[in-house]
Design a protein around this ligand. Structure first.
Ligand SMILES: [Zn+2]
Length: 380
């Protein structure tokens, strides 16, 4: 463990409006100089710093600074990585370094589960009486929903240029789109609506065909779809996940006569847990405000008088559980979970955006059950 060594998230530093020029919303390499100076002032002249930047920073800096960045990279003083975050986290983990960044790295928490337990090594900066000073950045454990939401947001930016923080971009996500081009393969495959997200034009936010680049036509509002994750409580070993569209109720239970989600299907893992679930255990539906971007959709649950009961566990990790009253519908909070029969955990995935009502495979590899599969209960 190198007690005073640190790895610096250079892009994050260069974009920080908390370093002079304060409040200036464009990246500056001079901010990195100020930060490195402050680090050496507080940790000693020889305190080792490893600098890692996103390669894209090169194109975001003003021209003279771009040349200086390239010269630093050439001299081995800074590393330009395709994406800096995974590299700097791996380095910090392997060498016990401090991480200097204001980022919470939510999209990489599953790949780096050690982060909350090393919170003291994550440092941000602020203006103090004697210039820049370093303070804990406040990383802490977060719910699975927040992790998957962050992963999805990152994938949307990388894949399509869609930034879920921007209202105009969220409106693109709230609609179905079709390509008007006669020669486009995507338009031929999906004449009604594309099953891929549009690309977003950087200049004006126009939705473009990911196949041919033509501006797309809106094909009406996209109905909300969320994914429900079912796992063994305690181990969190995944049993299955299934899509849930608005305007439909789904029965969750066990046995081949279940019209809905059968947790006791032959090939599913953790049979000891699902065995405790009743044949018709509970009813689920998606409720929420009819906003264009589906933010705020919630899970509503009705316990159906099951033998071993259902409890609501608030906010993932904290809070007191309470048993559900049979026959009464309860709307869950965004991070609430259900525990069926003390054995099976059920929650909404943090992923909110799917192109159309087909749920695409999750790259992290969990089981996905398409609607047509789980509606026919008996696989034989
Ligand atoms: Zn097209």
């Amino acid at each position: 463990m190198n007690a005073s060594g640190a790895v610096v998230d250079v892009s994050n530093v260069c974009w920080s409006e908390r370093i002079a020029p304060l409040g200036e919303r464009s990246p500056r390499l001079g901010r990195l100089d100020l930060l490195c100076e402050a680090w050496r002032r507080s940790r000693g002249e020889r305190a080792p710093l490893t600098l890692i930047a996103d390669g894209s920073l090169r194109y975001q800096l003003p021209r003279p600074e771009r040349r200086r960045l390239e010269a630093m990279a050439h001299a081995g003083e800074i590393r330009l990585a395709p994406t800096a975050d995974p590299e700097l986290l791996s380095l910090a983990r392997d060498q016990g370094l401090y991480v200097v960044s204001r980022d919470q790295f939510l999209d990489l928490r599953r790949a780096h589960p050690w982060i909350p337990s090393a919170a003291a090594r994550f440092l941000a900066w602020q203006q103090g009486p004697n210039g820049l000073e370093f303070v804990p950045s406040g990383v802490r454990d977060v719910t699975e929903q927040r992790k998957s939401r962050a992963e999805e947001a990152k994938e949307l930016i990388r894949g399509s240029g869609i930034d879920v923080r921007q209202t105009a971009h969220r409106e693109v996500l709230g609609l179905d789109w079709r390509c008007p081009s006669r020669s486009c393969l995507h338009a031929m495959l999906w004449p009604e609506r594309l099953l891929l997200w549009p690309d977003i034009a950087r200049r004006d936010g126009t939705a473009l065909c990911p196949g041919c680049g033509s501006p797309l036509e809106a094909a009406g509002p996209r109905p909300p779809v969320r994914v429900v994750v079912v796992s063994e409580d305690g181990t969190d070993g995944e049993i299955l996940r299934f899509p849930l569209a608005s305007e439909e109720s789904v029965l969750v239970g066990r046995g081949s006569s279940t019209h809905g989600v059968n947790l006791a299907a032959d090939d599913l893992p953790h049979p000891a847990a699902t065995r405790r679930v009743s044949r018709s255990h509970l009813l689920l539906r998606l409720v929420g405000p009819a906003t264009v971007d589906h933010r705020g959709t919630r899970l509503a649950v009705t316990e159906l008088g099951s033998t071993n009961g259902t409890v609501l566990r608030p906010s993932g990790m904290r809070g007191r559980t309470r048993p559900l009253v049979p026959g009464e519908e309860t709307v869950l909070g965004p991070d609430d979970e259900l525990v069926l029969a003390d054995a099976v955990r059920l929650r909404l995935s943090g992923r909110e955006h799917f192109p159309g009502d087909r749920v695409l495979p999750d790259p992290s590899g969990p089981v996905l059950v398409e609607k047509t599969e789980f509606e026919s209960d008996d696989p034989s």
